[in-house]
Design a protein around this ligand. Structure first.
Ligand code: PGA
Length: 240
């Protein structure tokens, strides 16, 4: 829809601080050797944010999660202001692992979106249907419900939305380019009032399937989990 292609490496709960430094060094080498035109984002665990940061700003940082509250007595939580101060530009909100494993409801996600904006950060809002919902032909309905969570998010602000069908995450079974193109068309319709949206696909993206998926789906980029843990894999997927 708008802006350069965007590739986001979601490390999930992986990589230590030394591993993050080695990753950053290798990614910088790959960028140095290429004529890159895409935007790159790395989403490490909080503990490795400083190590994954690039002093030359060739990529930016995303937090994988953020508190629904601004500050206070919330043991174990990390605020949007804190991750902004740690150098993040983006925040993942609504990843299916947060929704399913940590019980994050639409109300909680709406609060996280609000905190993200208050700190001047850009949300990468994740959504997608389960295998059962897909089998029942309910993709469109599910995406519409999940987009509702963005109702209070300011339409004039830049937004990233990642379509991540749950059946494709970490399964090795990516959506087809046609599946992703269909989701893209639905999301474009649902987000038509937004000034600036980039739509990503996520779910078992690999160096093998990336090119075909990107060209065939019309998506603006990818949110990559497993294959992004290898900086060369991430660089190849991003076309470096
Ligand atoms: P995957 O994860 O690439 O390992 O399927 C994607 C994601 O959960 O963002």
């Amino acid at each position: 829809m708008s802006g350069p292609r965007l590739f986001v490496a979601n490390w999930k709960m992986n990589l230590t601080r030394p591993a993050a430094r080695a990753y950053a060094k290798r990614l910088a080498e790959r960028i140095g050797a290429s004529r890159r035109i895409s935007e790159l984002v790395v989403a490490p665990p909080f503990t490795a944010l400083q190590d994954a940061r690039d002093a030359e700003s060739r990529w930016s940082l995303a937090a994988q999660n953020v508190a629904a509250f601004s500050e206070g007595a919330y043991t174990g939580e990390v605020s949007a202001g804190m991750v902004a101060e740690a150098g993040c530009r983006y925040v993942l909100v609504g990843h299916s692992e947060r929704r399913r494993l940590f019980g994050e409801t639409p109300a909680v996600l709406a609060a996280k979106l609000a905190r993200t904006r208050e700190s001047g950060l850009i949300p990468i809002y994740c959504l997608g249907e389960t295998q059962e919902e897909r089998a029942a032909g309910r993709e469109e309905e599910i995406l519409a419900v999940q987009v509702e969570t963005l109702a209070a998010d300011p339409a004039g602000e830049p937004l990233v939305v990642a379509y991540e069908p749950i059946w494709a995450i970490g399964t090795g079974q990516a959506a087809t380019a046609a599946d992703a193109a269909k989701a893209r068309a639905i999301l474009e319709g649902l987000l038509v009032a937004r000034a600036s949206v980039r739509l990503l696909y996520g779910g078992s993206v690999s160096p093998k399937n990336a090119e075909e998926l990107l060209d065939g789906s019309g998506m603006d980029g990818f949110l990559i989990g497993g294959a992004s843990l290898d900086p060369d894999g991430f660089a190849t997927i991003a076309g470096l």
